[in-house]
Ligand binder design. Sequence first.
Ligand code: PLP
Length: 490
Amino acid sequence: MEERLKPMDAEQLRESAHRMVDFIADYYKSIESFPVLSQVEPGYLRKLLPDSAPDHPESLQQVLEDVQAKILPGVTHWQSPNYFAYYPSNSSIAGFMGEMLSAGLNIVGFSWITSPAATELEIIVLDWLAKLLNLPDDFLSTGPGGGVIQGTASEAVLVVLLAARDKFLSRIGKSSLNKLVVYSSDQTHSALQKACQIGGIYPENCRVLKTDASTNYALSPDLLNEVISQDISTGLVPFLLCATVGTTSSTAVDPLPALATIAKRNGMWFHIDAAYAGSACICPEYRPYIDGVEEADSFNMNAHKWFLTNFDCSALWIKDRKALIQALSTNPEFLKNKASQANMVVDYRDWQIPLGRRFRSLKLWMVLRLYGVQNLQQYIRNHIELARQFEDLVSQDPKFEVVTPRIFSLVCFRLLSPDNDGDKGNKLNRDLLDTVNSTGKIFISHTVLSGTYILRFAIGAPLTEERHVNEAWKVLQDEASKLLATIQNN
Ligand code: PLP
């Protein structure tokens, strides 16, 4: 007879988890030996794994051997020190400890009663982070607002849009949905467009305002004013303005104080997306980039990007929590309990899309406690300094140019086309991106600004040091020289 399944036996857990920690620690030790960008072809894994699940148990050893041989080749190593693509997604020992504890307790904290500590720690830790960012007191839990951890910035902007939509519709009538207009720049993350699609905002009422190099790709308040006036004159209702601090393409910073004034004058909800750059604002010298947040209705930053908190952990603060709760709350019999009915507690299920929620605040709490504010500030400053050094290297090479001013830890640059031809220049940089990434030595990504193809070098992986940046630059220079030589020979 087979042994009965024991899915959670403390001693087996101890043994297996120790082995898994060893496996992960060894992974980190050897992380530089893998190609940063996975080099597998689509569908590679189906050829390597059986068609159906095993009838009988296999050992952890067998599974780990498969992870090593079959899974790791299909992993892109976001934690590699040679990872410079998109934006970073930090892992850390503190974040990992929080993640482990969260997985260990495995609570589902949708209402206060389902694990009071989960709700209360989240409130406290988001108040801590709000104070660290010097957010206005209105965002603290002690007032009418408060913070909540969402999975992603996309969920954050979606719940904000739903709250703003319903606040407006309760005033002007449900049949006016077709009148609500959303404003953002063409650099705003596509998460806003998705939120509009889900939230039923009419596609013709989504104003995506053009930006260009004259404002370093920041939203122009004059243009915004003009478009709002036109909309009002045709009977439309401006209801949501989304500004970004640190856009995804080039870290542009929208002029918050001017935009806040416009939003206020027109009675609009003002949301700030600081998903990436928000982390930098824990340093007093970068905090001015979010000046104007005092007038915002909601503010979001991803602790899982550049704040050493393992994915996922997106911090959202809102000034009027009632608006969020009114848009998202339900009250089914099976969830009723004394504390909720008496209105004595926060029930975070009413602040988000799903019902179930993980104990994510543990990660953020661990990061803040195990590292402390000064180390975290130093961590950010170091990456920004490395980016400044990389920017210098690019500027000193006449074959390249820095395209937009570097503000945080992203450098936007390109290889110059020898014959100054725009299309050929775009192809040259596309080719450079492909060849560089296929070396497996580094991974960078791209964007297009005003029709120009641009390479993005984003520093922010926890293991990245000066030597990695210098070596990455050498890879870029070598591959560029090879490409230029083939052009000259043709
Ligand atoms: N906003 C900005 C400025 C971003 O850079 C990103 C992702 O890079 C997002 C939103 C979307 O983030 P998430 O994956 O958390 O939804």
